[in-house]
Design a protein around this ligand. Sequence first.
Ligand code: G
Ligand code: G
Ligand code: MN
Ligand code: NA
Length: 253
Amino acid sequence: LSLLARLRRALADGALELHYQPIVDLRTGAVVGVESLARWEDPLHGRVGPDVFVPLAESGGLVVALGELVVDRAVAQLAAWRGQGLDVGVVTVNVSARHLRHGPLLETLDAAVARHSVPYDRVAVELTESAVMEDPERTVPVLQGLRERGVPVSVDDFGTGYSSLGRLLHLPVDGLKLDRSFVDPLPDPRAGAVVEAVARLAEGLGLYGVAEGIETAEQQRLLVRAGWRYGQGYHLARPLPPERLAAWARPRQ
Ligand code: G
Ligand code: G
Ligand code: MN
Ligand code: NA
């Protein structure tokens, strides 16, 4: 069986797992959200990374099936945590360009939110720059539909696309996630200038900002000083399976 066929079967069986990486308030350490990240362990090939199976799903016509599984799983997990009295803030889902443009994302979300009785504003969507920029006739109505529902939308990997800043920032989005390639070189002063400028840009536009890929205490400190309120990264916490995330988050609500 090809890897694509194995992925198709895994999706049909619900055999993918989600791990959750905390997003924290960098000043207080409180958890404000968790990013869901898909994990696939194939019985034959072992662990296959999302950098492999997400593009495979996209090219193989499985992107809607993947997106539906991920959205439903993430919303169900949020509901389960809420039922246990655990408040992790929002749960974010990564949505691929193809799902945004050609898939029934709004219907998928509506169904998941209704099934698990969670408020729309606790489910956030992460989209890459290219996903929001390409094919605006198709994407803008979906972004508007998310906004009407109160679903926060952030631009992921911000700063790595080649889109026009002007056009990007006219789109109905709520936040941006600074790509970790800008955090990684810190404390390099040139990288420091960039993260400070982007923090000011986000603030001026009324967007919330999340700095990604924080791996050291010094990077965290410099980001706070540069104006970043929220962040995630291995220094704070790795992506964790649900039970471990709950144990991590309980004292940090
Ligand atoms: O979790 P991390 O290695 O390993 O993720 C690698 C890439 O895969 C990241 O760009 C991430 O956004 C993407 N990714 C992880 N989970 C999902 C998912 O559920 N859906 C989509 N579309 N992308 C995902
Ligand atoms: O593209 P996106 O931002 O969704 O990708 C998230 C990816 O970044 C996941 O693969 C996640 O495991 C990874 N990640 C999260 N924190 C860190 C970090 O501190 N350092 C590195 N190198 N990767 C990270
Ligand atoms: Mn992401
Ligand atoms: Na990113």
